[in-house]
Write a protein that binds this ligand. Structure first.
Ligand SMILES: N[C@@H](CC(=O)c1ccccc1NC=O)C(=O)O
Length: 328
């Protein structure tokens, strides 16, 4: 027998286990399976992803089975300002269990599967660490996200229409992922099939603009923004503009895919009660996307910055469910 390929060994290195709702033993087990998979050989602790599939039967090993064309994958990128070691792929778990439950109770099971992506983080001044996974600098974060998507697509996950969603800096990363990867110094092998729908939740889209002129009410955050921006992207203001989707030059034409003539869609969500991200971030992003011919839908949300993902019944699961039903 030939030795397994790197990818096969990575998929085989984690078992499928039954999904459980968090902190609520009274509820039934959600009919789904999850697996924590490293997506590069010799991965650091953060080059892993969590994959959830509906149902109780694992797909054929080592990789998930091909997706029926009428069901949708959702890929999620967590936030935490590129550096918060307390926020990781598990941020998606409450929404994932809620989505699996909705899927189970709905005719036709529109969700093919869900993925939450970990990526290397920059260092955090309040959390000193010797873990190499916590010493990343741009473009490491987006390299990892694209590496994860490419690993999935080699296993025929999210190769058709799929939804790429991100919260906060995860929304920045989601839009960076639809740009040409050569912007990040990557060769053609990191070309991914692009999502038809990008969902940005309380997203960061213009760091230079915030730092230069923080909006009224958010002035007190200027230093924090500058600190995490320098930590992730270095000291060059030009770089900040070049990497942020509301200020990067002419990138929307790079968002192309094979959706048979259908239009690109962006769903933007910004809570009016978010004490960390002002509404102006969404407005700048919306302007750029609409000028370039992307269909933009804005959906409502309330609550603090992280509230939409902290609970299963939170707004994020509802938004993603609506988006999935809209892609059918
Ligand atoms: N908890 C984060 C702060 C953070 O996540 C944040 C702060 C302001 C605006 C956006 C943020 N997160 C975006 O991913 C930190 O420790 O730096």
């Amino acid at each position: 027998m030939p030795p397994p390929s790197d990818d096969e060994s990575l998929w085989a290195s984690a078992p499928w286990t039954a999904t459980q709702p968090l902190n609520n033993a009274q509820r039934p087990i959600i009919p789904g399976l999850q697996k924590h998979v490293p997506y590069v050989p010799g991965s650091t602790t953060l080059q892993t992803l969590t994959i959830y599939i509906p149902g109780t039967q694992p797909p054929p090993l080592p990789t998930p089975s091909p997706t029926p064309s009428d069901s949708t994958w959702i890929l999620f990128i967590h936030g935490g300002a590129w550096r918060d070691p307390l926020v990781d792929a598990s941020a998606f778990h409450p929404a994932a269990t809620s989505l699996l439950l909705k899927n189970n109770n709905h005719n036709g099971n529109p969700i093919a599967g869900l993925v939450s992506i970990n990526y290397r983080l920059s260092s955090h001044p309040n959390h000193p660490s010797s873990n190499p996974a916590h010493a990343a600098h741009h473009p490491d974060h987006i390299h990892d996200v694209l590496g994860a998507i490419s690993f999935l697509q080699r296993a025929r996950v999210a190769t058709g229409r799929y939804v790429l969603a991100g919260h906060s800096c995860g929304a920045t990363l989601a839009f960076q992922a639809v740009m040409d990867p050569t912007r990040w110094g990557l060769s053609g092998e990191m070309q991914i099939r692009k999502p038809q729908v990008v969902v940005g939740l309380n997203g960061l889209y213009d760091l230079a603009g915030f730092i230069k002129t923080p909006p009224v009410g958010y002035e007190g955050l200027r230093e924090a923004y500058e600190e995490f921006t320098r930590g992730a992207f270095g000291d060059g203001e030009e770089t900040w503009r070049a990497v942020c989707p509301a200020t990067a030059r002419e990138w929307v034409g790079e968002w192309v895919g094979e959706w048979e003539g259908e239009r690109r869609k962006a769903v933007l969500v910004q809570s009016g009660e978010d004490g960390l991200v002002p509404r102006g971030q969404l407005e700048g992003m919306r302007g750029v996307l609409e000028r370039e011919g992307v269909d933009v839908v804005e959906m409502e949300a309330g609550g603090g910055h992280d509230e939409m993902w902290e609970r299963g019944e939170g707004r994020m699961a509802e938004v993603l469910w609506e988006v999935v039903l809209g892609t059918e």
